[in-house]
Design a protein. Structure first.
Length: 226
């Protein structure tokens, strides 16, 4: 599949959120919205009202990443609010199958996220229940962290499991994705990339999105030619 870029609104200027969305509206594939509750991670960001407002005011699909306690209770509400994808954390969900199926029943794609220290193999049985697997490449909770290279082998294993499964499951990476790291992620098998500082910290966010996509695609092309 084509490489997809999902700019993270965590790195945007919250006082100028609509303006920041407009900067990437013509080039981004998704808008990545990090929802943090101060319990599952030590940070608090946005919630349902912001997601509902964004859904009403942008044509880009919203990719909601729920870094919250009790996602089984709250995840369906984000799908109902207009999120095109809702990702829950494996470490936080008590009834992941039920929750993932409910997200899908509301018309959204369902994603499952795992932290850097969480093995991917125990969750391979959930691949039929998801549309996207998110492998965190930093510890969740704060933007602007340095990319953890140690996660790359796990990313490659995740791609192997997805290929063995045979379904159309996207493989997303989130954390420290930049022009210096996106190629390695693409070579390891990722095809959806969350980038925050690399996009909204650039002088031209739209050009940054396009450059990241080209860099990822070039890495996959080079790998295929080897």
């Amino acid at each position: 599949m084509d490489m997809q870029i999902s700019p993270s609104m965590l790195a945007a200027d919250f006082a100028r959120l609509a303006d920041n969305v407009a900067m990437v509206a013509d080039v981004a594939d998704w808008l990545h919205v990090d929802v943090m509750d101060g319990h599952f991670v030590p940070n608090i960001t946005v919630g349902l009202p912001v997601v509902e407002a964004m859904h009403k005011n942008t044509g880009l699909p919203l990719d909601c990443h729920l870094m919250i306690a009790d996602p089984d209770r709250w995840a369906p509400d984000y799908a109902a609010a207009g999120a095109a994808n809702v990702t829950i954390h494996a470490e936080a969900a008590s009834a992941p199958v039920r929750t993932l199926r409910e997200i899908r029943s509301l018309g959204a794609r369902a994603g499952l996220a795992i932290n850097p220290g969480t093995a991917v193999e125990p969750y391979s049985d959930l691949l039929p229940e998801i549309d996207m697997l998110l492998v965190m490449t930093v510890e969740p909770g704060f933007g602007g962290q340095h990319f953890l290279d140690l996660v790359l082998p796990k990313l490659a294993r995740a791609r192997e499991l997805i290929s063995r499964h045979g379904g159309e499951v996207w493989l997303q990476v989130d954390g420290g994705v930049s022009e210096d790291t996106i190629g390695r992620c693409a070579e390891a098998g990722a095809d959806v990339f969350v980038a925050g500082t690399a996009v909204f910290g650039a002088s031209d966010p739209a050009a940054a999105v396009e450059y990241l996509r080209r860099t990822a695609q070039a890495a996959v092309t080079r790998q295929a030619a080897r």
